[in-house]
Design a protein around this ligand. Structure first.
Ligand code: MN
Length: 717
């Protein structure tokens, strides 16, 4: 690479312009003088006239061989931001293309990078591409950064550190991505000088100290390499350049090595005409020097992501230290040094349809674009394309970059930050100004979301306006949940009311195990789901309660069996004891009318309490076994009606005789139903109130003593 002569004054830049751009020098001189005039009132921190800076930036870009549009924009890159010059004026004087480039640089200047983790740094780099729209904007910005770093010393230590850090995290990787290793190296070295001044100085000293010694060795190796080329009859160039300090520093830190342990301080390069020459030279080198195992890398067969191509090998020299040698073609070398800028740098040497244009297609690949690049015009068009089209890059108030699809609005942004921020968002500020929530966001916008704890949540209309599916999903979830909450409340009320109506309490029926059975039967996953389902009418309360009551009664029955006598709970309501039961409704069966003393059994009816039957009642046979429950008579005085049938010979005055027996026994008759049978017998059905079974026994004996009475018996309805 040619040694670069930096310009330091007006005469030098003018003569450089005239030398490199003989046909367009008028326009470039105009741009220079225009900028000088516009910035005339400004001084740099060093006290120099401000024009020194744009001049330095343009100088770097002239060395890169950039087109006149870029050089013009370089001279003018700060006028929109720092002077009274308007866009209209720029367009009038230099055309829209120059103005667009200047606007692009001005926009990038407004990005305030806050040092973050790697992912954020990558988002910033992407944003640079997205905002730049034209790769030349980035090239100007990189040159701008180099010049600022070269002249950083008047700034405060704090400013210097921030700029250096930003350079290492954003600008150097950006240059590397664009294949601009030449620019990348300078950015890294200048930054290292700021961030690690002592290490930088030590490296400079060490490198200089050993320079003579090393140079002697390097010269011998170069001589040897030239001989190899001659032997093979291959035309080529051999060069040895000191590696940049930052790469030495990185090697020392990443490999934990002292400076003395870093041998390859010089990049030795063999540049030849063809790819096959590269491999031929490599083979020959390996016959002269022993290659260090594991250090050979074939970036020709497998180029680096930025399309860097070269063969790398490290060999043991007869001087006792290893050396790295890089072998590549001239074309590869241009790309390696200048990357995307090689297009401009070497365009004069192109013969017709140069394969450089095709090669530079990597830029497209790197930037996720499709297809091959044909002409120079197409290349220029491609570098102007919005590289991240379809996306907008938005800043949070903290300076993080959030990437959203184009057309997104503050609602999308809010939901991207956090679901709660989205749900509670009431208004938004873009670049400090309150805007409607549906305002589309543009790359570079600073967005601040204003939330309120009083917010009732998102509006249904938002679903129409949001762009991101994530925001849509979160809004839908909110409504589903909110609806559910209302349904849960409603469902709970309905169930509680029905529970009360049926005479139960939640404590009695809502046992987890029972609920689980019911929920799994109804395919519900939680009690809230169950309430919600009742609330919106998916299920009715009977589907839940009937089964629960069933469970409850069975449990009570089981408990009864397990109860011991001394734990009896007496229910004297109807003179019947049901063990383990409280407050149960007990009724006597109408079919067999049990009376105290009868052997009895209870039947757990559905919702009508326990019905007590005589054990001899034929109806019991048809009843569900598990609903039968053991009951017994209490000692308490109670009266029961027993149905009694008396069959007698028809005889006048019979009824009087019979009722007399009842009266003697002090038993009252509830009802009498008498008829004459076909056989001429009197059939009387009476219901008699008795206290215990023995009352009936006595009654029956007395009745049977009457002559007219043929038969006395208990009957079942
Ligand atoms: Mn600048």
């Amino acid at each position: 690479m040619d040694e670069v002569q930096k310009v330091s004054n007006e005469e030098e830049i003018i003569s450089k312009i005239r030398h490199y751009y003989p046909t367009d020098s008028k326009m470039l001189e105009h741009a220079f003088l225009f900028a000088k005039n516009a910035h005339s009132a400004q001084k740099r921190d060093s006290g120099e006239p401000y024009i020194v800076h744009p001049m330095g930036v343009a100088d770097i870009l002239i060395d890169l061989g950039m087109d006149i549009t870029t050089i013009c924009a370089a001279f003018l890159h700060d006028v929109l931001e720092d002077t009274q010059v308007s866009e209209e004026k720029l367009i009038k004087e230099f055309g829209t293309e120059v103005c667009e480039l200047v606007k692009g640089v001005t926009k990038l200047d407004k990005i305030i990078f806050k040092s973050k983790e790697e992912e954020q740094a990558e988002n910033f780099r992407k944003m640079f591409f997205a905002m730049a729209k034209d790769v030349r904007v980035i090239l100007i910005k990189l040159a701008d950064r180099i010049h600022n770093l070269r002249t950083i010393s008047p700034l405060s230590a704090e400013r210097q550190q921030a700029i250096a850090k930003e350079t290492l995290e954003i600008y150097a990787p950006l240059a590397s991505r664009l294949g601009l290793s030449y620019i990348k190296c300078e950015l890294e070295d200048l930054s290292l000088k700021v961030t690690h001044r002592e290490i930088y100085d030590a490296l400079v000293d060490e490198v200089n100290l050993k320079r003579a010694e090393r140079q002697e060795m390097v010269n011998k190796i170069i001589k040897q390499l030239v001989e190899i080329l001659n032997e093979l009859n291959i035309a080529g160039e051999v060069s040895g350049r000191p590696k940049h300090f930052y790469s030495i520093y990185r090697k020392m830190t990443s490999q934990h090595k002292a400076f003395e342990q870093i041998y390859d301080l010089t990049a030795l390069r063999v540049i030849v005409g063809t790819v096959s020459d590269c491999y031929e030279v490599l083979g020959k080198i390996h016959t002269y020097w022993k290659p260090v195992p594991g250090r050979f890398k074939d970036y020709i067969a497998v180029p680096k992501p930025n399309n860097y191509q070269s063969l790398h090998t490290t060999v043991m020299t007869n001087y006792g230290s290893p050396f790295e040698i890089q072998i590549r073609t001239f074309e590869m070398h241009k790309i390696a040094e200048y990357g995307v800028a090689a297009h401009w740098k070497y365009k004069e040497s192109r013969s017709g349809q140069s394969d450089l244009d095709v090669r530079i297609g990597w830029l497209r690949e790197v930037m996720d674009m499709q297809g091959e690049l044909g002409s120079s015009r197409e290349f220029l068009e491609s570098v102007k394309v919005d590289l991240y089209s379809g996306q907008v890059f938005i800043f949070t108030p903290k300076g993080d970059v959030i990437i959203l699809p184009e057309g997104s609005n503050p609602i999308d942004f809010a939901y991207n930050v956090h679901t709660d921020v989205g749900n509670k968002c009431v208004s938004a500020k873009i670049n400090g100004r309150i805007v409607p929530l549906t305002t589309p966001l543009k790359t570079g916008d600073y967005v601040e979301i204003i939330t309120s704890s009083n917010s009732k949540g998102p509006s249904r209309d938002w679903l129409k306006y949001v762009k991101t599916s994530a925001a849509k999903a979160k809004i839908r979830t909110f409504f589903k949940k909110q609806m559910k909450e209302e349904n849960i409340k409603l469902g709970k009320d309905i169930l509680d009311n029905d529970l009360k109506r049926r005479g139960y309490t939640a404590a009695q029926l809502f046992k987890p195990a029972w609920l689980e059975t019911i929920m799994s039967r109804l395919s519900l996953t939680s009690i809230e789901d169950m309430y919600a389902a009742i609330g919106y009418g998916g299920i009715n309360t009977s589907q839940v309660l009937v089964k629960l009551i069933d469970f409850y009664k069975k449990e009570q029955y089981t408990a009864t069996k397990e109860f011991k006598t001394d734990e009896r709970v007496h229910d004297v309501n109807n003179g019947v004891i049901v063990r383990g039961q409280k407050d149960l409704l007990i009724r006597m069966a109408k079919c067999c009318t049990p009376v105290p003393g009868d052997k009895i059994i209870g039947f757990i009816s559905r919702g009508r309490g326990i019905v007590v039957h005589r054990t001899s009642c034929p109806n019991i046979k048809s009843m569900e076994k598990e609903r039968l429950i053991e009951v017994e008579w209490a000692n308490a005085e109670s009266k029961f009606f027993a149905n009694v049938q008396i069959i007698a010979s028809d005889h006048s005055g019979l009824l009087a005789k019979i009722t007399n027996v009842f009266a003697e026994q002090k038993l009252s008759i509830g009802s009498v139903n008498a008829k004459i049978s076909k056989a001429g017998k009197a059939v009387m059905n009476l219901s008699v109130k008795v206290e215990k079974i023995t009352d009936l026994d006595t009654l029956f004996q007395k009745l049977r003593q009457l002559d007219e009475v043929d038969e006395v018996r208990r009957i079942t309805n």
